[in-house]
Design a protein around this ligand. Structure first.
Ligand code: GLN
Length: 452
């Protein structure tokens, strides 16, 4: 098993030869590049695919996820499976039933979540590339906390086949890398339509690396004022990083303007109705009969079929997963559906419309990725609402299905990484990456490594 603080579940890979991988990556190739996979992405390589849940702890997948298949075809080598919050529910990786992962910058702090293992693996330079999933921020938030580049593509850009489902209208595979150019390479590899995922879209996949011109001439970047009006405020150094980034982008040729996304304040509430509703439905398949943890395997088990369902689920799912199944089931139940789920879907449309209106005037939005840098273990573990608010800046783009990236933007006074988020139009990954790259080129933050 992994050691107490590892990014990995199962076997910890040997330290990668980053030099060899670097050469390939610099040419836009993934040949022999070691890659870590969030353990919610299934692999048929003999490794377990656990979703960091007791429910799936013994599960080995008979097939590879499409993103895995594409990475292997491009020559990459999957070297390990990384830790996460159980079924990707969480923002600190503390909800994992299978282990703990620390932030490489400070062992007393969380790596973020839910893809905390993938972020920590790349930040600690154990691998140059990792994949994760982002439903409400699970790639961008841990990327910000760990000081790496985290990209969530447009919903439909990358196949979800073989991602253990959490909330199907929000889930999307994403990338962790140390540079924006590497994110472009990996996205170019995993993007595209897939007959095995009806929500993947058949649109041309551009050469994302070609988009990295080093400038942002002709682009208009919007700063949504609502992202600075949140309760509790934005950490001082993060606000300063935004101010500095505005100047950087202007120098690189962009026009920077203020915009308004008035429904931003409802996004977290909407998300925490839609996501549990979909999750409660997706997780109904873990019933103790078909696969996964089952009380029936206990030699002395006796009970009714109903007992098998109840006991297997009670034992197999951790507290946060159970909480969301209950919330979701409630929001979907007769009599409450209209008041909660339907209302949430209506407000989701308003959040999406805010973005559409803003994108009539601007090409990109610049925001903080998170209101604070990495928090300490236990700090929010007993307060679900505080944990949910960790995603306040990442959830809106998820609800609207938009592409967004978190890029390293310096360090706070405690030497913890800061992340900035750039949100683009649907299918606008090339522009998102172009701006992120132009910004990245003006600093050396992405080259800084955590203490060993
Ligand atoms: N932290 C958010 C949640 O708990 C987002 C998770 C995710 O994107 N998978 O739902």
């Amino acid at each position: 098993m992994a050691d107490a603080a590892s990014p990995y579940l199962g076997t910890v890979p040997k330290p990668a030869d980053i030099g060899v991988a670097r050469k390939a990556l610099d040419q836009g190739s993934l040949q022999s590049v070691p890659v870590a996979m969030k353990d919610i992405i299934v692999t048929a390589d003999g490794r377990k695919s656990t979703a960091a849940s007791k429910m799936l702890a013994p599960y080995g997948s008979p097939y590879d996820a499409t993103v895995v298949r594409k990475m292997l075809k491009a020559g990459a080598e999957v070297v390990g499976k990384t830790n996460l919050d159980e079924f990707a529910m969480g923002a600190s990786t503390e909800n994992s039933a299978l282990g703990k992962t620390v932030n490489p910058w400070d062992p007393e702090r969380v790596p973020g979540g839910s893809s905390g293992g993938s972020a920590a693996a790349v930040a600690s330079r154990s691998v140059p590339v990792a994949l994760g999933t982002d439903t409400g921020g699970s790639v961008r938030q841990p990327a910000a906390f760990c000081g790496v580049v985290g990209l969530k593509p447009t919903y439909g850009r990358v196949s979800r086949y073989g991602l253990i489902a959490m909330a199907s209208s929000l889930d999307q595979a994403g990338t962790f890398t140390t540079t924006v150019a590497d994110a472009a390479t990996v996205l170019g590899t995993i993007a595209g339509p897939d007959p095995l995922d009806a929500t993947s879209v058949d649109r041309e996949v551009p050469d994302y690396r070609k988009a990295l011109t080093g400038d942002v001439k002709g682009l208009t970047v919007g700063i949504p004022k609502e992202y600075f009006e949140v309760e509790g405020g934005v950490q001082l150094e993060i606000g300063e990083a935004i101010e500095q980034a505005k100047g950087d982008l202007r120098k690189a040729g962009a026009k920077v303007v203020d915009v308004s996304l008035p429904h931003t304040k409802y996004a977290v509430s909407v998300y925490y109705l839609v996501m549990p509703a979909e999750a409660s439905s997706n997780l109904a398949r873990y019933d103790g009969i078909r696969y996964g943890h089952s009380v029936e395997r206990d030699a002395d088990w006796q009970g009714s079929l109903e007992d098998v369902y109840f006991q297997s689920r009670a034992q197999g799912f951790g507290p946060e997963v159970q909480r969301r199944i209950m919330l979701g089931t409630y929001a979907l139940s007769a009599g409450y559906y209209d008041a909660y789920y339907k209302k949430a879907m209506q407000v989701r449309t308003l959040v999406t419309r805010d973005f559409e209106q803003a994108f009539e005037k601007v090409d990109l939005l610049l925001t903080p990725t998170t209101p604070t840098t990495a928090f300490k273990f236990e700090e929010k573990a007993d307060d679900p609402l505080a944990m949910y608010l960790a995603d306040i800046f990442t959830v809106p783009a998820s609800l609207a299905g938009l592409p967004a990236v978190s890029v390293p933007a310096g360090f706070d006074k405690q030497n913890l990484p800061i992340g900035l988020q750039l949100i683009g139009k649907h299918w606008g990954e090339a522009t998102v990456l172009r701006a992120a790259h132009a910004y990245e080129q003006r600093h050396d933050w992405h080259t800084k490594e955590p203490p060993r």
